[in-house]
Design a protein around this ligand. Sequence first.
Ligand code: ATP
Ligand code: MG
Length: 631
Amino acid sequence: MAITTVHPTIAHLNKFQLEPAQHINGPLFVLAGPGSGKTNLIVSRASYMIEKGIDPLSMLMFTFTKKAANEMRERVHLKVGPRANDLTVSTYHSFCSRLLRKYANYLGYETNFTIYDTDDQISTIKKIAKDGMFKPRDVINEISSMKNKNITPQKALEKAQYEGTAKDKYVAEVYKQYQKELKEQNAVDFDDLILLSILLLRTQPEVKREVNQRYRYLFCDETQDSSSRDLDLIKLLAGDDMNVCLIADDDQSIYAFRGADINEILKLKARFKGLKVYTLQQNYRSTQTIVNAARSLISHNEQSYEKELFTENKVGEQLMFIDTQNQSQEASYISTLIEALTQNGTYQYKDIAILYRMNHLSRSIEEALLQKQVPYTVVGGLPFYKRREIKDIMSYIRLAYNPLDREAFERAIGVPKRGVGDKSLEHIHAYVRNRASNYIDALPNTDLRGKAKKGVEQFYTFMEKFREELYTMAPKDIVLYVVHGIKYIDLLVEMDEPDMETRVGNLDELVNIAASYDQVDEFLENLSLNVEDAEQIENSINLMTLHASKGLEFPIIIMIGNNEGIIPSWRADTQASIEEERRLHYVGMTRAKEILILTRPKMVMNQGRSQYQEESRFIGEIDPQYIRGRS
Ligand code: ATP
Ligand code: MG
């Protein structure tokens, strides 16, 4: 028998992982179940390539969250040391944002564009659609869904003209004006980041050549949640060499609402000619009981590709399913259980994650944990940058960076109140528009009277100087410059804020976050892409939505709210959407390494009323032999 030696970087991989790890050139696709070492394969493959002499600068790795990106870089770092720092590990949005910072002027944008978040979008829509016929959030969603399908405002208008409802026409009209507004403010939304990058690579061959020469090897984890638009982007980035490694588990596709489509997996072979398909079959994460229980649930889905999955791990304990009277009983049951599990030192708080379908379900759990003084961290809770004090300070920095940013201007001029009312604002907007000016340069010439005039003068003096100094200061000093410059703490005191201490604490945290950046544009970008969460408490219980749990693993998983109407959500009213909910439940179950606990309150609070809600159908679909007391 021939003896082949395996490179030490990948020597720990199993027989399924070894082949794709050594497949370097040409497209490959790995389709495999949860915990089978897909992410591990990416890390090992990248490390192996670096060891083989491939320049890490030429490697581009996509993950789904910033957290996952950091973890991936760290894991490569463990294997190959500081060379890992040269890797580009990023989300699609953040990569596109950096691409556009370099090349946006090819598309008629300035490179100092602002990234508008949902609040900025809604506020912009409200100004366009003043009649308020439809909810701004609905309109935003419809626009986003059109952008997902690559429908331009022009196309939307044409389509609505011939076959659309009154609402379609309305939305198409708003969409057109919205795009125009954004461009005038040198702003883009999240969808634009991807669409404009695609447009850039499609229409500017020299840019594409440059980008393709830089990034020669692509990796994409969690491809099952990429939309067809994301895959267009990957295809363009992959260039002629198509050295692209795609990883997916179709059973874990949970982002249909953001345009993910399992059927895209079928089309991969057509997109990437010569695509080689691999599969991994051994689960290293969970006990046999958890693997089998999860498989029995997902087997109820019709839309699923055949995959083998076995584990050599121990059989483990049966799942627990706990029925309680209501949500507060569910919460107090869980907090008592946590005490028991952590009492003798076998498990620590950080070994436990509590998962739920919707954000608001964490409330009763949080109350119970607070009462027992059990430390917890809400992963991906209210994003840090959405807090008022953070938005106030950031609006100044945004405006100094991009003086066309109307949303930032409107916020900054009102903090502190400067006597500039709606009329004066209208006047300033009209001036900026008619003279093709911006929200700083225009101010001395806007010819206002009385209080507004004084307020605007004072604001101008501050902004003028601040803008000049913006690039001479480190991000941390920029934050302090604004906080002190506008006497923000005094302002909070004057407003007699009840949670003053928390707000000041958040400002400190903002300074800390800023201190980790060298450049103001990187700092702005990361805050607006919603990736900086407040500090994680060490050794605490993890609370998160099922969506946020993707890719993670914990010794103990507690899934709450196993009711009809919660999971599956009451919104799921088609076969396809029920299957998506089932996948979501499956993702939750497969996060568990050793212990899996499912709970359900009989009565659920709904719009202030307590209501009986049936047990989730997914509990009944799990083979009862794996649930304690059911077999
Ligand atoms: P998910 O679908 O949930 O993202 P995954 O397929 O990406 O899961 P990983 O997170 O890569 O799985 O691996 C799951 C666990 O198995 C991790 O703890 C990892 O360290 C371990 N693991 C992966 N491959 C091996 C291996 N060859 N030998 C031992 N342990 C492994
Ligand atoms: Mg993974």
